[in-house]
Design a protein around this ligand. Structure first.
Ligand SMILES: C[S@@+](CC[C@H](N)C(=O)[O-])C[C@H]1O[C@@H](n2cnc3c(N)ncnc32)[C@H](O)[C@@H]1O
Length: 265
């Protein structure tokens, strides 16, 4: 399935830059150069990205364990990084189903590592663009979701790279529309609220390297959940969302991502 994939390793990609900063191995020189520059401009970016990854795992566990969600649509999955979302939720209930979506060829190459479902559950991978929700919903893999039961749509650290707000709202509305009441939306995305100048330099460096990027205020992130009911504590810096001991040890000035979840009534 992956033999004809073109990786274009001369150009930095968001998934590989993120993988590099997290300490992963699935990246190339162009990604490492951008990653090094980002860490120079904003040394706390590594802490922030790790805090984001930990937020993903806490949200997934919370939705599975506290809210009984057994189906997940995770868009902007990124390169496999342990624990992956399906590992977290299948630990709570092995029958859980997870559909992953990403549009980066390198993620497609490594998708096999995301397809390690328990026998009782199911995982699937769709190679598609978030901005084309119809293609996602028409994919055969999407059909493993039972739309009579709640689904959690997770958009974890993908929206920094989708910059048109009208488009983001339209896609979220389109993807949430077929999901039944009791479904959730989980989001984390980048902000410049706590260190505007340094984070703006990071945003500009992403753009210089060819990746459109956007920082959002807390109010803008809250607005992404419009029409849904935010769950306590609302939109907060990701380490402040239902923190465990590790998250609680982080300082606000080293985390540059907001996160939250909301329920569809
Ligand atoms: C920073 S990574 C986040 C990975 C993972 N969700 C996490 O938080 O650990 C962003 C991911 O979003 C993907 N992405 C960016 N724009 C996308 C789009 N328009 N459609 C699908 N995926 C996209 C990138 O390929 C990358 O894998």
């Amino acid at each position: 399935m992956t033999s004809n994939v073109r990786l274009n390793t001369d150009v930095a990609h968001t998934a590989r830059v993120y993988d590099y900063i997290l300490g992963g191995k699935d990246n190339f020189k162009a990604d490492r150069e951008v990653g090094d520059k980002l860490m120079q401009l904003l040394p706390s970016i590594k802490v922030s990205m790790r805090a984001n990854r930990a937020f993903m795992a806490r949200v997934a566990r919370y939705l599975a364990a506290e809210r009984g969600v057994r189906q997940f649509l995770d868009i902007g999955t990124g390169l496999p990084t342990s624990p992956n979302l399906h590992e977290v939720v299948q630990e709570v209930d092995p029958t859980s189903r997870v559909v992953y979506v990403d549009n980066d060829p390198i993620v497609l190459v490594h998708a096999r590592a995301l397809l390690t479902s328990t026998p009782e559950g199911e995982t699937a991978y769709i190679d598609a663009d978030f901005r084309n929700p119809q293609a996602i919903m028409n994919a055969p893999e999407y059909q493993i979701l039972d739309l009579t039961k709640p689904v959690a749509l997770s958009l974890i650290a993908i929206l920094p790279f989708v910059v048109d707000e009208d488009e983001v709202h339209h896609v979220i509305d389109t993807l949430m529309a077929p999901l039944p009441p009791g479904s959730f939306l989980a989001i984390s995305t980048a902000t410049g609220d706590n260190s505007p100048e340094d984070t703006e330099q990071v945003r500009a460096e992403y753009e210089r390297a060819g990746m459109r990027a956007k920082l959002r205020t807390r109010a803008e992130v809250e607005d992404l959940f419009r029409g849904l009911e935010l769950v306590d504590p609302g939109v907060v810096l990701v380490h402040r969302w239902h923190p465990d001991e590790q998250a609680a040890s982080l300082r606000d000035d080293e985390v540059h991502m907001y996160g939250g979840i909301a329920i569809k009534r």
